[in-house]
Design a binder for this molecule. Structure first.
Ligand code: ADE
Length: 288
């Protein structure tokens, strides 16, 4: 019997990465939609319509990061509009999926990872809400980035995967490159020397925009390739990334489904309150 707790104010935004966006709304029985036009906000249009559903009494809102039919490149995604759309849809949490290259022998193809830190190597993206675009975000805000991902929400993803019997790695540093090209061999080796475990093109700025917006954000990453550093391996190719992702996509779907249920069983008031306080205390502009 599905138990509905009193936590009906909880709402989980799900940002679907490459290979997931178009199918998940059916899998999750989403029954209503907010069009991109209606979800337009101070930062512009989100990547896709918002799909609303419900898992065990917990509302979910799905968004396809790259748009329907994968039309936005990693640079072309309007990350701010996406996060703001989910905030305005009253999400308290965001669970994100992302395909990544592995930068270490310890992470094989199809392996799930819940990252706990990032290195931002993007060069052409808007990385803050606090640039005067919106009255909601006024002043100058210096958010601390440790922890980068919400630890409790990350723990929920790990628990969900374990409950399903999946092999999942706790922690890891994801390095986000600008793309859309993949890294050269020299770059790939440099990322390894920096201590990166995974490389992708989208976690930054999404993870820190979510924090600025006061949403508890965690990601489940899937390693699809070894980039191009590993001598005995095929070098990464876009088509292969999608093939490996599709072979393992059921794991991501099941983890997300289970994680929403687990989120629904928790009391999150303090976590959200603390994050809101952190945002306020990180704003250094003197209020008039
Ligand atoms: N996404 C999946 N594999 C990747 C790689 N090797 N580099 C950057 N982004 C990726």
């Amino acid at each position: 019997l599905a138990v509905t707790w009193s936590n009906t104010w909880l709402r989980v935004g799900i940002i679907c990465g490459s290979g997931l966006g178009d199918s998940l709304s059916k899998t999750f029985n989403c029954n209503s939609t907010t069009s991109r036009e209606n979800a337009k906000n101070d930062f512009g249009y989100p990547s896709s319509d918002l799909y609303h559903g419900c898992i065990d009494g917990i509302d979910i809102v799905l968004l396809a990061r790259h748009g329907t039919g994968h039309v936005f490149s990693p640079t072309g995604v309007n990350y701010r509009a996406n996060i703001e759309a989910l905030r305005l849809a009253e999400c308290t949490h965001i669970l994100a999926s992302t395909a990544c290259g592995s930068l270490t022998e310890a992470i094989g193809r199809g392996q799930l990872v819940v990252p706990d830190s990032f290195i931002d190597r993007t060069i052409s993206r808007k990385g803050t809400f606090y640039d005067g675009t919106s009255a909601k975000y006024s002043g100058v805000c210096h958010m601390p980035m440790e922890p980068a991902f919400d630890p409790r929400t990350s723990e929920i993803l790990l628990q969900a995967a374990k409950k399903l019997g999946y092999n999942i790695r706790k922690g890891g540093t994801v390095i986000t490159i600008e793309g859309p090209r993949f890294s050269s061999k020299a770059e790939s080796n440099a990322l390894r020397l920096w201590g990166g475990h995974l490389v992708n093109m989208t976690i930054c700025p999404e993870v820190f925009l979510a924090k600025e917006a006061g949403l508890l954000y965690a990601a489940v990453a899937m390693a699809t390739d070894y980039d191009c550093w590993r001598e005995c391996e095929e070098n990464v190719h876009a088509a292969d990334v999608l093939v490996v992702f599709k072979q393992n996509v059921h794991k991501i779907t099941n983890v997300l489904l289970e994680a929403v249920k687990l989120i629904g069983c928790g009391d999150w008031e303090q976590d959200i309150f603390k994050l809101k306080n952190l945002i306020e205390s990180s704003n250094v502009t003197v209020k008039k």
